[in-house]
Design a protein around this ligand. Structure first.
Ligand code: FES
Length: 187
């Protein structure tokens, strides 16, 4: 990633909790000996993302110096895998599937409803930090199409109205619609 982009990313304002949490990365890095280098990179990135909800640039710099891997290479890995995010994400991640089965069974109508109801597009987060929307290609549960995933829960056979109800459930702190766990879905 070009230096000017890295500099620009630094201007993303961290919250006080971000700053406090970032101190903890040293303890996390201590679990990965520098000799592991490349083989430790993915697990470290996953751990940091799990801890922060995204990958702060400062954390990537620390990983770079700890594992002695060039920062440009780390940015290459982060931008290649869609599981990683360089910007803060919402409390609830909504993955909307737009793969073939979901597309054919009305996924576009559900996606339009979610976007207009939340006022955000793909890879955007609501101003209150409650929801991030991510459009994905297939969630591996095509028989539930059209399907969304919120956190680790699947919601299938969706209509625009059902999608709105699910979002309201998360807003109110209780998930109103019954979810289908991936394991159950596969049975
Ligand atoms: S196409 Fe949507 S889950 Fe596979």
């Amino acid at each position: 990633m070009p230096p000017k982009v890295i500099r620009a990313l630094r201007f993303l304002k961290p919250s006080m909790s971000d700053i406090a949490e970032r101190k903890d990365i040293s303890a996390l890095l201590a679990r990965y000996p520098p000799e592991l280098r490349q083989s430790a990179l993915m697990p470290v990135l996953q751990d940091v993302q799990e801890q922060h909800g995204y990958l702060p640039v400062e954390a990537l710099e620390k990983i770079s110096s700890h594992l002695r891997i060039p920062i440009a290479h780390i940015f290459g890995v982060v931008s290649f895998y869609s599981q990683f995010s360089l910007t803060p994400r919402g409390k609830h991640i909504i993955k909307m599937c737009m793969g073939t089965a979901c597309h054919i069974r009305g996924g576009h109508g559900v996606l339009d409803e979610i976007q207009s109801y939340l006022g955000i597009g793909d890879k955007q987060t609501t101003p209150d930090g409650a929801f991030t929307l991510e459009v994905v290609r297939c969630l591996g549960t095509c028989f539930l199409a059209p399907v969304i995933m919120v956190g680790s829960k699947y919601y299938g056979a969706l209509t625009p109205a059902k999608a709105r109800k699910i979002i309201d459930g998360y807003r109110d702190g209780n998930e109103s619609a019954p979810a289908v766990r991936r394991k159950e879905a596969a049975e």
